[in-house]
Design a binder for this molecule. Sequence first.
Ligand code: GLA
Length: 748
Amino acid sequence: MLKTFSTILVLLVAPAVGYAQPMVNHFDAGAKVFRLDGGGVSYVFGVNARGELEQLYWGGRLGAADKFPQAAPMREWASFDSSYTNTPQEYAGWGAGLFNEPALKVSFADGNRDLVLHYESHAEVANGFDVVLKDVARPIFVTLHYAIDAESGILARSATIENRGSEAVTVEQAAAAAWALPAGHYTLNYLTGRWAGEWTLNQEAVRAGARVIESRRGSTGHQANPWFALQAGEADEEHGEVWFGTLGWSGSWRITVEQDQLDAVRVTGGFNPFDFGYVLHAGEKLETPVFYGGYAKNGLGGASRLLHRYELEHILPRAEAKAGQEQAAGPTALTPRPRPVIYNSWEATEFNVTEAGQMALAEKAAALGIDRFVMDDGWFGQRKDDHAGLGDWYVNQEKFPHGLKPLIDRVHALGMDFGLWVEPEMVNPDSDLYRKHPDWVLHFPGRPESEQRNQLVLNLARPEVREYVLGFLDKLLTENDIAFLKWDYNRNWSEPGWDQLPAAEQKRVYVEFTRNLYAILAELRKRHPQVEIESCSGGGGRVDLGILRYVDEVWPSDNTDPFDRLTIQDGFTYAYPPQVMMAWVTDSPHWLNKRTTSLSYRMLSSMQGSLGIGANIANWTPDEAATAKRLIAAYHQVQATIVQGELYRLISPRNGSEFSATETVRASKNQAVVFAFIHSTQKGRGFPTLKLKGLDPAAEYALSAIEGKAAAGTPEVASGAWWMNHGLEMDEGFRGDFQAAAFRLDRK
Ligand code: GLA
């Protein structure tokens, strides 16, 4: 039943940055038009004459009094493309001759596979609407959830699919949402990679047909990340219209970007339909992940700044800053506190961890000004290398004869907190756990079990496996004073069977595994509110807005080469904020590329994100230790600006660029930090003048070098207008291979 005309004004505290306009949601009962306004964005859809929910507008914010007429279905294109196919539906069922990507496809027990969803009713919720659709004949109900953020205008969309009939229905394909853009010329941006080579930004023209970005691997994957951005026409880093979106799901996912037969573009994303099947028994519901979508007028840079702010304020767990660390990081308006600077010994010791060795590294780390000491793989079970031990989460007695307590106490006495590596969802066949419960792994009975890195994946969808994993982690955190878990996940799925369920229902594993992962993380955080967690999956294999609701940081890549990291970090920031981007300084020459770089270059590369040290500091010279100590101290002073500020990618390191540079400006515009990198000077070219962005033109800013020098004659203090229009010039001597400089500007 239609509700009567209503308007809700949600008044929010004026945000520090962004738009002062309030968020509005509005339903025009006469025209049957829904409108959501937030930040600089309006999103409009309505019920058309046939009863379908049709998108009407997504873009820059419209005038408050502007009105839309009732949605009109698109016309038929000859007899080959029906109006149902051409109409940009908010959530199209597969039926009635739909040839585009459906949002929902189901099979009924009697063989019917036709589904046509029409508007049924809606409810206003605080920052959006819940709109209920129903099949034209059968009791399949879909509730579409819409919520718009008052500051960024980012929409969160998802769907709840409900079987109110008496017979089971199989959901074969279920999207979280579909987004539509009118016919036009667009460039698609998406992120792909591989182990040690994540976060490659791809840019290509959208053409007729579909570009599928996906993971069939059971988890998010290194190979593609569930984020996209579509630029209109000539849009670039800082100019032009950009529509972007990101899926909050850490299981198999799919985003389809499709230019249809009439050149319009649709983006449909949710559970990956490959090998998917979710049986909804009478009365059951299926909740999809959330597909977030946003719009910016000022290029890819504007898009990522909106997304970063949204992630910092609405996705990441919020924790009170701890005394001491708060002071180190500086006051911040945002509650996800800047990450402690960590030391991790993985690259220094690999599996060869011992009480004495870790204590010796902890002494060295504390002397550098490190906040958190993290012990990586190798401390548990019979773990000497990657052939054994996963699953046996007891402390290895040979390496730690008195348990973890002596090491943890020593780390605390040195003024650091303690973190530990775990890989909870995995098992080595050579482990007590596997010997006891061989059926706990994902497998098809009687079929070979494919090992990768000598390990198998536990079927976390099974309740007893979920309880085991929650149980040992809870015990570990209860018995030891642990501030941080590095939660690893070092392979993808194979043979995803779940033979405890009837054959027709086994594919539920794709949903329940990830749900149980989230449930365990949520429960651990509830029981141990002080514990922070990193999502690692052999580097950046599990980074998405689903897991980021439960973890404080991520490991973007096992590749710690400081030069490769510039492009890895550049790509990462299109979708995620530097706050969560852990970046370690490791040894030179680097193990992967055999490249030799200076410590200062390595430090500055890592200081673009959340800094850590992962080198064998036992071998550092006093000079190296002094350099690291000085730069860690300098980093602590400006960290909140770097990791939570407004990021401007001034010069991209992509495409073999000779140079790269970034600038981050604190929301208050009181401070900015600039990084400049030279790959390899060619033909004597000097570093380009950096015209800074985002400063207050009328304010005076003092420049100081963190590392390197500005050009002779650069003013010590100048207006924001000077730094933005005249720009910052580097010293004449800033040339060579793998050189780096960093500066801060502070408002006077
Ligand atoms: C993965 C992680 C590394 C390290 C190893 C330990 O590869 O990404 O950082 O923890 O596992 O086995």
